[in-house]
Write a protein that binds this ligand. Sequence first.
Ligand code: C2E
Ligand code: CA
Ligand code: CA
Length: 815
Amino acid sequence: MFGHRKKHDVDSYSITGVLRPVEVPEEQQPVIRARQLQTVGRLTPIVGLANVINAAVVVMSFWNTPAARLLGIWSVTLLAATAVMLGANIASRNKHKKRDPRTPPSVIGTQKGIERYARFSSLLGMIWGVLPLLVMPFTDYNSQMTVSIIMAGMMFGGVILISRIPEAALSFLIPITIGYIVGLQLWQDPRNDYLSVLALVYAGVLWVTTKWSHRQFIEQHLSGLAIQQQAQLIGLLLRDFEESTSDWLWQTDANGTLVDIPMPTLGEKGSSFQAMAKGGDIGSLFLPTDTKNTLMRCLERKQGFRDLVLNVDNEDGAWWSLTGKPIYDTVGRFIGFRGVASDITQSKAIEDRIAYMAHYDPLTGLPNRACLHEQLEKIALTPVEEGNERALLWLDLDNFKWVNDTLGHPAGDELLCQVASRLNEHIGSAEIIARLGGDEFAILVEMHGRDALLDCIQNLSDRLNEPYEIWGSIVHCGASIGVRIVEQHSMDIDTLLKHADLALYQAKESGKRTWCVFTPELAEKAKARRGIELDLHRALENEELTLYFQPQMCAHTGRIVGCETLIRWNHPSRGLIGPNNFIQHAEDSGIITRLGDWALREALFAARRLPDDMGISVNISPLQIHSSSLVTTIVNALAVNQIDPSRLELEITESVLMSDTEFTLDRLNQLKDIGVRIALDDFGTGFSSLNYLRRFPFDKLKIDKSFVEDIDHNDDSRAITQATLELARALNMTCTAEGVETESQKQFLTEIGCDELQGFMISRPQPLEKLSHLFPVLTQQEADEALATKRASGDADTSVIQLQDAANRRHRRMG
Ligand code: C2E
Ligand code: CA
Ligand code: CA
C-alpha cells in the first residue's frame, strides 16, 4: 500500500506521469463522467456568453474591412452553434433535474454526453479556426495583432472553461490552433512565423495543463470516495458497537464541558447516555472518590486515562468505566477530551461480592483467614506505640463439635454467631477480629501496658466461658485461647500464628476453658512432640511396642477373671515409655488407628495363652471408633485366634461418646452384635455421664482410680463410689474398681459389693510370662498346639463369616 502510494506521488509530479491516463475503476467511470459533464454544463452559459462577446468584438473590429460580408456569415454561424449548444445544455439540465439523484449515472448516457460535448467543442473550434482565414488576408499588421489576441484569448479561455472534459478541450484546441497558424502563414510576414511557434507552444502548454488538471480532478474524486467509504465503514462499526455493547462515546470541549460527538449519529439509548448529554461538566457527573481525583488530575494535565472506575452521582448509584484521551485540532491546539464510557454497575456488583466473599466469613461477617493475613502484614509494618503491648490471640471453642453433633448444625452456626458478637462486644477496640474457619477465631489487640492486656484477655476468657443460650437451651461451651505477645513490629506473621497455635495447644492441655501465653519452652515441647510422632512410625515398623497385662480379680472369689492390656514402648534410647507419654501424640497425628489395630491383634494373639474363661480388655481411643478398619480387625483377630467374642472387652471413655453420637452408638451396637463386651472406662471423670449410660447398654463400668485413691480419707469419694456401684447394679452392669492399692480400699470395695478389683495391690501391669503365679499361662508353643487341636476337633465355632455376618446385619441398618 505504502509502495503504491509512493509511485503514485512521483507520477503526479513528472511530465510523463501527468500525461499518462489515471486508472479509474470501471464502476467509477460513469460517475466521473457525470461530474465532468455537470461542471462543464454549469460553465456552458459563460462559454456561450464569451463566444457572443468575442464574436461581437470581432464583427465590430472588422466591420469596415472587405471581410465584413464573410464575417456576417461567420458570426451568424457562430451564434447558431452557440444557441444550439445552449439549448442542448438547458435540455440536459432539465433532464438532470427530473432524474432521481440516487440512481447511478448511466454508462452509455455519460459516454454520449462527453462525445456530444467534444463534437460541439470541435465545431466551435473550427468556427473560431476559420476566423483568421477570413480576416487575416484583408487587414494590416495591427489588425492581425487584434486577431492574434482574440485567438490566444479564445484558446486559453475556451480550453480553461472546458478543461474538465479533456476530450472536448482537445477537440476545441486543435482546429482553433490549426486555423490560427494557417491564417498567420497565409500572410507572408516573417514576424508571423514567431507567432505561429508561440501558438504551438500555447497549445502544448494548454494541453499539458488540461491533462494535469484532469488528473488532479480524478485523484481528488477517488480519494474523496475512499474517505467517504471509510466514514461509512466507521459509521457502521460505531453503530454496531453502540447497539451490541453497553458502551458509548463521549467528548468534551477544552473546558471539560460535554459536547456532541462529531460522528455519524449513533442510536441514543439508555439513561447512561442521557447522563452524558451535552452541556454538562464531566467532573460533576461523579461522586468524589480517589479515582475521581485521578480523573480530574488527568483532565487538568491533559493526560489520557484508561478504565477509570467511577461512581456516578445519581440515585441508582451506577458505576462507569471511563477511558479518554486529549484531542487536538489541525494546528495542534487542545480542544478537549474524547473517549469511551461503559456502564459496569452489574459486573462491579459481582466483583465486589466476590471480593467480599474472598475476605469475609459469610456466617459471622468477620474477616476470614486470608483477610487476617493481609491485615496482619499491613499492621506488622507499623511499630507498637510507646508503652503499648500488642498480642495475637488464637481462640478455639472447647465443645463445639459436641454442640454441632447433639444440637445440630444450625445450633452450631448460632453458637458461632454468638461467640462472634461476644468478641465484638468485649474487645471491639481490637485491631482485627477474624474467624479462621470451624470454631477458630483470631484477634489482634493492643493495650496500654502488659497488665491491661492480660486483664483484657482474662475478662475475655471469662466472658466466653459463660453459658450460651441457644433456642431455649443452655449450652456450656468454653474457649481455649493461645496468646502470642508481639514484641517486634517486623515479626514474621507465619511464626506469630504458629506460636499462638502452640499456646492454644497448651491451653487445651491445661484443661481447656483457659488461656496461655506463648513461651519458647512451648516451641521446644512442640518440637519434641513432632519427634515422638516420627519415632512412633518407626516404632511400629521396628516392633518396639509391646503389651503389658494387668489382672482383674473377682472381689467375691479372689479369682483372676481377666486382664487389661496396657501398651508400652520399648524405646531404643529412652527405655520403657508409658502410654501417657505418647498416646495423645498418636491421637493428634492420626497414627493411633494403626497403633490401636496393632494392640487389638496383639491382645487377641496373647489371649490364646490364657485360660478360656478369662477375659481380655483392650483400650480403644475415640478416633479408632471412627476408623473403618476397627470392625474388620476385631473380626479377623477373633477368628484367627479362635477367641470367643464374649471374652473380648473394649474399654472406651466418655469422650468417645461426645462426638458424633449417633454414629458412635451405631458402631458400638455393631460391636455388641458380634458379641464383644463394652466397658465404660474412667467413669466419673467426664461429664453428663448419666445421659450416655441411658442411651447405651454398657456391660461394665470402671470406677476411676481417682475415687478409689481417696476412699480411705474422703467421705465424698466413698459416697460417689457407692452411688456409682448402685447405679451400675440398677442398670445391670458389672462394676470394676481401678487403682486398688491398699487392703482397706479392697475391703471397702468388697463390702459395698464391687464385682471386680484392679490395681497394684493385685498386680502391676506386667508382661504375660511374669503373671503365671496368678493364673495358668501357656507358652506360645502350647497355645499353638491347643489352637490346632481345637480346629481339628471341630470345636472351632468362631468363624470370620459368622462374625462378619453379625457385624454386617448392623452395618446394613447403619447404611
Ligand atoms: P487406663 O485405661 O485408665 O489404664 C489404667 C492405668 O492405671 C494404667 O496406666 C495402669 O498402669 C494404671 N494403674 C493400674 N493400677 C494402678 C494402681 O493401683 N495405682 C496407680 N496409680 N495406677 C494404676 P498406664 O498403663 O500408664 O496407661 C495409661 C493410659 O493409657 C490408660 O489408662 C489408657 O487410657 C491408655 N492406654 C494404655 N494402653 C492403651 C492402648 O493400647 N490403647 C489406647 N488407646 N490407650 C491405651
Ligand atoms: Ca482402661
Ligand atoms: Ca481407667
